[in-house]
Design a protein around this ligand. Structure first.
Ligand SMILES: [Ca+2]
Length: 265
């Protein structure tokens, strides 16, 4: 239940073998999962598996969000997180606050400057940088998202897997994105009058490197085939995968600091 790298709170509950449940399928819940330590990596990928489902067949909500922000673990009104955040929010919105030209669920991105509010009344339209319709609710296949971001080029891409295993569809690619120099990785969700369960099943982060040809290549590709049977250790395994990457980053930071100290003395 305790982790050096992540913590959770609000109404989030943990099933060690299965998932972190950010909200249950009941009204007025709000939960979070946040990295304890900031990331300082210039080029990376975050892939996570999630599941949104519930007994409701009509109006459900409200959805969940993935964050790369300067702040962490500050519950509030934006899918369970604080408003006026600084950094990236990707919203997996299952509830139409106002009639839209697109259908729901809808996935969209906003980069906050620490002062601008999320446009809650219009599902974030005022600050939408990119988005796509994505039928990710209550699916039989594992639903996943993969975000890649390159600080140098400012290019941010989101792909989704919602229809079949290893069938990734581009949701959006954004240019000239600037994030805070260090940021935390978080997931939050909330329910209001309408509700759903919002689960984070696993997260893997990969540090990507620059090749000698100035192209960026991945140190590691995660092409593992679908599990033939759900492993009880799935969450634990993935959790250690995260810890490994964060551990690596922290270790580098620690090494750098030690080196400076050595020089000084
Ligand atoms: Ca909404």
């Amino acid at each position: 239940m305790l982790s050096r790298w992540f913590d959770f709170g609000g109404d989030a509950i943990i099933n060690t073998n299965e998932h972190i449940r950010l909200t249950q399928d009941v009204p007025s819940q709000s939960g979070y999962l946040w990295s304890r330590h900031p990331l300082f990596v210039p080029h990376f990928e975050v892939e996570f598996e999630f599941r949104v489902a519930g007994k409701g067949t009509g109006i459900v909500g409200d959805g969940f969000a993935m964050w790369l922000t300067k702040e962490r673990a500050e519950p509030g009104p934006v899918f369970g997180n604080r408003d006026r955040f600084e950094g990236l929010g990707i919203f997996f919105d299952t509830y139409a606050n106002t009639p839209q030209s697109h259908s729901f669920p809808y996935v969209m991105a906003m980069v906050g400057d620490g002062q601008t509010s999320y446009d809650n009344a219009h599902d974030g339209n005022a600050n939408k940088l990119g988005g796509c319709q994505a039928d990710f609710r209550d699916k039989n296949v594992p639903t996943k998202a993969r975000i890649t971001f390159n600080v140098k080029t400012g290019i941010l891409n989101l792909k989704l897997q919602t229809t079949a295993w290893d069938h990734w569809v581009d949701c959006f690619t954004l240019q000239d994105i600037k994030l805070p120099s260090s940021f935390y990785l978080g997931f939050t969700a909330h329910t209001g009058e309408v509700h759903d369960t919002h689960d984070i099943i696993g997260v893997t982060t990969t540090v990507l490197e620059q090749s000698s040809h100035d192209n960026f290549v991945s140190q590691k590709h995660n092409n593992t085939p679908p599990p033939s049977k759900k492993s009880g250790l799935g969450w634990v395994f993935k959790f250690f995968a995260i810890s490994g990457v964060f551990g690596g980053v922290i270790f580098v930071a620690y090494k750098a600091s030690t080196k400076n100290n050595n020089k000084r003395f």
